[in-house]
Design a protein around this ligand. Structure first.
Ligand code: SF4
Length: 67
């Protein structure tokens, strides 16, 4: 059997101006996905105000499309 090495790369931690705390990069991507329909909004309970997210995220330097 071919043994393959699994390498885990930890998420980067970003200071999220919308949630006012540090979040892993993966949560930011999930928020992006939920905003545009790739994920159910209920899968991201950290976001309480999606209107605020849709205004703040595109202006954020960590916005998924800008990274
Ligand atoms: S893009 Fe949105 S979710 Fe990601 S860090 Fe910026 S404000 Fe937070």
């Amino acid at each position: 059997m071919d043994k393959k090495k699994i390498i885990c790369v930890p998420d980067e931690i970003w200071k999220c101006p919308m949630l006012h705390r540090e979040i892993p990069e993966g949560l930011c991507v999930d928020i992006y996905e939920a905003m545009y329909g790739g994920l159910k909004k209920s899968a991201v309970p950290e976001v309480k105000d999606w209107e605020k997210a849709s205004k703040m995220c595109p202006e954020c330097p960590y916005y998924f499309e800008k990274s």
